[in-house]
Ligand binder design. Structure first.
Ligand code: TYD
Ligand code: MG
Length: 454
């Protein structure tokens, strides 16, 4: 019998080592290196990997000779999902959908596959729920149930055998954490099993030109349970996020070999399953009827489209010697920086004030265009003055108090105008030659000008 191979793998960053060590020298984490035993067969099989176009042939081509029709995209039936994936599911690709338990991953994939199965052979492998549970859900959601092939199995080898027989074009594996492969001698869910199962399925997807979507659970801190290593071998990694007490779920891509990342797809969980939200600005903008101080709307740019989001700031006198600066949905380092800019260039002292910032609707804002909005909302709360409800603000603030332009200014203004905003304070370079109808656009160069504009 062939000798088994052993590898030592960091569960945080996926780095391989020849022997065990206490600290990972790639990511400096302690106690993350675990022993992974590879069966002789698995270790050998990794050598027979072949890529996409012309798999199996070792012919050299120039880029323009490669036929792009060899990687067709399958529309998933959900425009939001397609956009996050960069325009549909690429045949032969391996996609990982991560999310907290209960986020709705199984629901999303069941809805997608039931619809896809109408036109395309599809296989849904469930290792977590029983076939009856899945069937009950499909019936309750009123999905077409006649064509989708179902399999309850956790052994990867068996799944691949069944797939070779059934010849599906797309397979869902729910979830990768319960899968195991006979060559690896450790329990299901362990790093070794998850890593090898995912790597094997990915190779299987490419060799047979079958799209495979794997479900992965995440831990409390939001990383994929078990190995980060998963992210290395798959083509696309998307996260399904959302509070369990909110009905809205966002789908965001973290890695995509076939499109841009940071596209945002928005879904609503209803009693009839997941529904796409085609106009997300409207939901994140559901503001209270009465205007309040510290509340202001910004336009952030998500992937390829603008999104109107409300920002709330509360500035309150602090009883602590070290006042609190808390930001939810935003970077708190940026908040600290903007407070310093406000002091130096806006002449406002907030050293004895607590500052709380919240982005409404659970949206995470990473864009610098929120800087100016944050400063003006802060000022509004500090002074207890209500800002006009039809005002929208965006712009990056530099350390010397200058207001810098942001990309796609025109589109942001058009989106705001569409939602009934009549006034905008924006960087001077973002003022369009022709303002959107019915909207007054005020361009500012410096923080002092923005403060004066109010
Ligand atoms: P599920 O898809 O099982 O989550 P995951 O696979 O990510 O763990 O969905 C779980 C939640 O969604 C569950 O708590 C109930 C809720 N839900 C609805 O509100 N409406 C529905 O139609 C369905 C199917 C689920
Ligand atoms: Mg599930």
């Amino acid at each position: 019998m062939a000798k088994n191979k052993t590898a030592y793998v960091c569960t945080e960053c996926g780095q391989d080592f020849p022997r065990w060590q206490g600290q990972c020298s790639a990511c400096n984490e302690w106690n993350t290196i675990t022993e992974v035993r590879l069966g002789a067969a698995t270790a050998g099989r990794s050598g027979s990997f072949s890529g996409y176009a012309g798999a199996g042939s070792s012919e050299v081509k120039t880029l323009d000779q490669i036929d792009l029709n060899e990687v067709p995209r399958i529309p998933s039936g959900f425009a939001e999902l397609d956009r996050v994936l960069g325009g549909g599911i690429v045949a032969g690709s391996a996609i990982l959908i991560g999310g907290h338990p209960g986020a709705g991953k199984s629901t999303l994939l069941l809805q997608t596959l039931c619809q896809l199965a109408e036109t395309l052979p599809a296989l849904y492998v469930t290792g977590e729920e029983s076939l009856q549970q899945v069937a009950m859900r499909a019936v309750r959601l009123g999905l077409p149930t006649g064509k989708l092939k179902m399999l309850s199995e956790t052994n990867v080898d068996t799944i691949c055998d069944v797939a070779l027989k059934e010849q599906p074009k797309i397979i869902v594996i729910d979830s990768i954490q319960v899968m195991h492969i006979s060559d690896v001698q450790s329990s299901p869910g362990s790093v070794a099993q998850v890593r090898e199962s995912a790597a094997f399925l990915t190779r299987f997807a490419k060799q047979n030109n079958i799209a495979i979507i794997m479900v992965g659970h995440v831990t409390k801190d939001g990383s994929l349970a078990g190995p980060k290593v998963l992210e290395h071998c798959i083509d696309c990694s998307v996260m399904f996020e959302g509070d369990s007490d909110s009905r809205y779920r966002t789908l965001r891509s973290h890695k995509n070999r076939f499109g841009a990342i940071n596209e945002l797809g928005v879904f609503a969980m209803t009693e009839r399953g997941l529904r796409e939200v085609a106009n997300p600005s409207a939901i994140f903008l559901s503001r209270a009827d009465e205007a309040a101080s510290g509340s202001l709307v910004m336009v952030v740019w998500e992937g390829t489209r603008p999104l109107l989001v409300e920002l709330q700031v509360l500035v309150d006198h602090s009883a602590l010697s070290n006042p609190r600066r808390i930001a939810v949905g935003m970077d708190s380092n940026r908040l600290a920086m903007l407070l310093a800019v406000m002091h130096r260039h806006g002449g406002l002292q907030m050293a004895d004030q607590d500052v709380f910032v919240n982005v409404v609707g659970g949206v995470k804002v990473t864009e610098t265009s929120a800087d100016l909005t944050l400063l003006l909302a802060m000022l509004s709360s500090f002074r207890g003055e209500v800002l006009p409800r039809d005002l929208v603000v965006f712009g990056e603030v530099g350390l010397s108090g200058e207001i810098r332009p942001v990309p796609n200014g025109q589109e942001r203004l058009v989106e705001a105008a569409k939602h009934g905003f009549r006034r905008a304070v924006v960087p001077i370079a973002n003022v369009p030659k022709k303002a959107p109808p019915g909207m007054e656009v005020i361009g500012v160069r410096k923080l002092s000008e923005a403060l004066a504009a109010l």
